[in-house]
Ligand binder design. Structure first.
Ligand SMILES: CC(C)(COP(=O)(O)OP(=O)(O)OC[C@H]1O[C@@H](n2cnc3c(N)ncnc32)[C@H](O)[C@@H]1OP(=O)(O)O)[C@@H](O)C(=O)NCCC(=O)NCCS
Length: 161
């Protein structure tokens, strides 16, 4: 991730329920993670995802959208992109953990085909919450729905769309 991207992602993270620190973000390029950035045509960072491939599975570690750009389809577009990336990398299943009280995210996941497969009681702190474990079976192909995603094709360089 470029330094300018990392700075924009760090700002995005301050609006996330479980924000990653600058140190965690700085460590991303050295790890096995796959980050994807969604920008508009002016270069404004709208949202991002981070996926960890694990053999023939993948874990969605992060999805976040800029607060003033939510409910515009960016989250769904980022997820569709994550499905495609994970499937292209050989994953048959994408899984994630979500706070039980995070209704916006849970609705997005339900709408995109995730199902609940487990619960970790008291997993989160500040504020306390249970973690729900969700999975999505990856099959078929994943195309962005034309005209719905406000992301520009600002995609010079890996990791952008
Ligand atoms: C969860 C999040 C990524 C959704 O991003 P988004 O760009 O607003 O999502 P979309 O616009 O693509 O919404 C897709 C669907 O999700 C559901 N949804 C998203 N936000 C919602 C909300 N605030 N209330 C109710 N439903 C919501 C709706 O079903 C929506 O479809 P609709 O707009 O046609 O009704 C965003 O709210 C966010 O960044 N939250 C903070 C970070 C976070 O919680 N990440 C998840 C951690 S597990």
């Amino acid at each position: 991730m470029l330094a300018a991207d990392a700075a924009a992602v760090a700002i995005l993270e301050t609006c996330s329920p479980s924000p990653w620190t600058k140190n965690q973000l700085a460590a991303l390029p050295d790890g096995p993670y796959r980050s994807r950035l969604c920008q508009d045509e002016a270069g404004l960072m709208l949202g991002w995802t981070c996926v960890l491939p694990v053999v023939d599975e993948a874990e969605l570690l992060k999805i976040a959208v800029l607060p003033e750009k939510r409910r515009l389809g960016v989250g769904r577009a980022l997820l569709t992109d994550a499905f495609r990336q994970a499937a292209d990398g050989g994953a048959r299943r994408l899984f994630l953990e979500v706070r039980e009280k995070n209704l916006a995210a849970r609705l997005l996941y339900r709408q995109t085909g995730f199902t609940e497969v487990g619960r970790r009681k008291g997993y989160y702190r500040s504020p306390p919450d249970d973690a729900l474990l969700l999975e999505k079976i990856l099959e078929g192909t994943y195309e962005q729905s034309a005209g719905h995603c406000p992301c520009g094709q600002a995609g010079a360089g890996a990791g952008r769309f």
